[in-house]
Design a binder for this molecule. Structure first.
Ligand code: DOR
Ligand code: ZN
Length: 337
């Protein structure tokens, strides 16, 4: 059995810099025709100059692949002039509440104090991508943040908002309430719950923000992904950290999934009789939502087992050592003139 996907896209990726970038970016570019590159570097990508520099680094690391990096800026109090200058070079601006996750200390402390920036983004049609967590109890952070999503969606009805890596039924409710709200879902939040992270022996390689939630939440997300909700896109949040930052006290948040995403999803969708829906989840919805024209590629997966390697460089992937029944067997780039 085989499945062929057209121009798969990963709408939320952490590529990092330097050696890490050179290890992980080709793994994404080998399978995906494009992806949204997150700006939470130290210092964050929050000037046009830093954006151009980072875009160059990403292009160098993915050289030779048919891969479009869709770049983001790190949200701050931008002027209209800055937004106008950045618009042609970005897919959107990523907002992090200060301290919510890895490298987010420069994030926003008071969201309602930024209304003037949201208004300019709305008038310039620059999408807002959001890490939606409060500073409340860890299991409640996303649910609590839903009120902020509602405030933004209501106050700025033409601002295109993406709720990044949603993990709860509550976020699915917000999706239904507003035309201007879409969402990304990771692959790992479709298959794991908090039990997989801390229910038995603690698994640092499944620890991420937002933390995996209850079975009901996972099942609701999975149901939405499988029936291909038109506003839900794959955004893996693949977030590599060196093994010594994961297997230690004070483990960094992030699950590294880039090289296993398509086999994992093929298996998941096949087991639920929904292989024919995978194309929409991994590409079509994102193309429509962001009006993209990614490089034209075809990626073929076969029902040939893949054993997940113990590591890529010094990064341990999710489910290292396990076997997945599917593997990527062919990738073709179709050059259009
Ligand atoms: O687990 C996470 N890791 N969540 C994020 O939002 C950021 C990411 C990272 O950059 O490591
Ligand atoms: Zn992320």
């Amino acid at each position: 059995m085989t499945i062929t996907l057209r121009s798969p896209l990963d709408m939320h990726i952490h590529f990092r810099q330097d050696n890490m970038l050179r290890v992980v970016a080709p793994l994404t570019a080998a399978h995906f025709a494009g992806g949204v590159v997150m700006p939470n570097l130290i210092p964050p990508v929050n000037t046009l100059e830093a954006l151009h520099r980072y875009t160059g680094e990403v292009n160098a690391a993915t050289y030779g692949y048919a891969f479009a990096p869709y770049m983001t800026l790190f949200f701050r109090d931008y002027s209209r002039e800055e937004l106008e200058a950045a618009k042609p070079h970005i897919i959107g601006i990523k907002l992090y509440p200060a301290g919510a996750t890895t490298n987010s200390e420069a994030g926003v402390r008071e969201i309602s104090a930024m209304d003037h920036v949201f208004a300019e983004m709305e008038s310039l049609d620059i999408p807002l991508l959001v890490h939606g967590e409060t500073h409340g109890f860890v299991m409640d952070r996303e649910r609590e943040f839903c009120e902020v999503y509602r405030y933004l969606a209501r106050t700025f009805p033409r601002l295109r908002i993406t709720m990044e890596h949603i993990t709860t039924r509550d976020a699915l409710d917000v999706l239904e309430e507003f035309d201007n709200v879409a969402a990304t879902v990771t692959a790992h939040h479709l298959v794991i719950t908090l039990d997989d992270v801390v229910g038995g022996l603690m698994n640092p390689h499944l620890f991420c923000k937002p933390i995996a939630k209850r079975p009901e939440d996972r099942d609701a997300l999975l149901a939405a992904a499988l029936q291909v909700h038109p506003k839900i896109m794959l955004g893996s949040d693949s977030a590599p950290h060196p093994v010594d930052k994961k297997e230690c006290p004070g483990c960094a948040a992030g699950v590294f999934t880039a090289p296993i995403l398509l086999p994992l999803l093929a298996d998941l969708f096949e087991r639920h009789g929904a292989l024919d829906k995978l194309q929409q989840f991994v590409s079509d919805n994102a193309i429509r939502h962001y009006r993209l024209t990614p490089p034209s590629t075809t990626v073929t997966l076969e029902r040939t087992p893949m054993t997940i390697p113990p590591s890529y460089g010094d990064v341990v992937p999710m489910w290292a050592g396990r076997q997945l029944p599917w593997s990527v067997t062919n990738v073709e780039a179709h050059h259009t003139s």
